[in-house]
Write a protein that binds this ligand. Structure first.
Ligand SMILES: [Zn+2]
Length: 261
């Protein structure tokens, strides 16, 4: 009998897909952390660009301030926008107002599974249309734009990603940093199964060598090597030509079979 009950949420179906993006138990911890890493990168670069902070620090140590403002910009981090009309989606990850051109930008980050990139992007835009209307009315801005930052759990980016970066006036180099942040945080440890014979916890570990330095990506998946079935090459969208990363992929984590006599 094969055991495929998820060790985190205890529901049936512990596939790799479930572990990296579908598990309710991991949503508020691992997934939120991964999401916030990407949001920090974007927030810090916007804050630097508008002179709202003085120096850059590693994004994983950067703790965004809820409200930053000066004469040229206003930058919100994870703040509920108070509106006259009741709106459900009123707390985007980042809101920026460029005061010189009187333009507001709603930025929201999402990290879907690979095959949901385009859908996730569209959903993010429609989700904040009402808020965009309200902000235009309330804040005396001339224009408003919704910028979805969508990167898949495996670091894939939609083709439209460059256009979105342009709206934020952020350089394309940031793509590599975002991809790296997502893959580095794709490290989810699961509790040991009682029947696990080798005694080590199953580990989905996507440690990544910085691709910009020409390093190779290596997935430290030795702990689950026995369960990996196929090798898959993932093409990253990159302005500097194809950045291809070898990844070990599998549809399922190893299943542990009960010993038969
Ligand atoms: Zn689960």
């Amino acid at each position: 009998m094969a055991l495929d009950i998820c060790r985190a949420c205890h529901r049936p179906g512990e596939s790799l897909r479930h572990i990296v993006s579908g598990c309710s138990h991991l949503a508020n911890g691992e997934y939120l952390h991964r999401h916030n890493q990407v949001a920090r990168i974007v927030h810090q670069q916007l804050a630097l660009r508008f002179g709202l902070i003085d120096f850059e620090m590693p994004y994983y140590r950067y703790d965004p301030t809820s409200v930053l403002e000066n004469s040229s910009a206003l930058l919100y981090w994870d703040r509920t926008i108070i509106t006259d009309r009741y709106i459900t989606a009123n707390r985007p990850d980042i809101v920026l107002v460029d005061r010189l051109v009187r333009r507001a930008i709603i930025v929201d980050i999402t990290i879907p599974h690979d095959d949901n990139l385009v859908k996730a992007e569209k959903e993010k835009v429609s989700k904040y249309l009402d808020l965009a209307d309200e902000i235009t009315d309330m804040w005396n801005v001339e224009s408003i734009v919704i910028v979805p930052i969508v990167v898949s759990v495996n670091g894939l980016l939609a083709k439209s990603f460059d256009q979105h970066l342009k709206k934020l006036s952020l350089g394309c180099w940031i793509k590599g940093r975002i991809q790296k942040a997502v893959l580095e945080t794709a490290r989810i440890e699961l509790p040991m199964l009682p029947s696990c014979l080798n005694g080590s916890p199953a580990l989905v570990n996507a440690a990544l060598v910085d691709p910009r330095q020409g390093g190779r990506t290596s997935l430290g998946a030795s702990q689950v090597a026995a369960g990996f079935k196929r090798r898959k090459t993932v093409e990253f969208v990159s302005s500097s030509g194809g950045l291809s990363v070898d990844m070990m992929m599998t549809d399922d984590l190893p299943t542990f079979k009960k010993q038969t006599d």
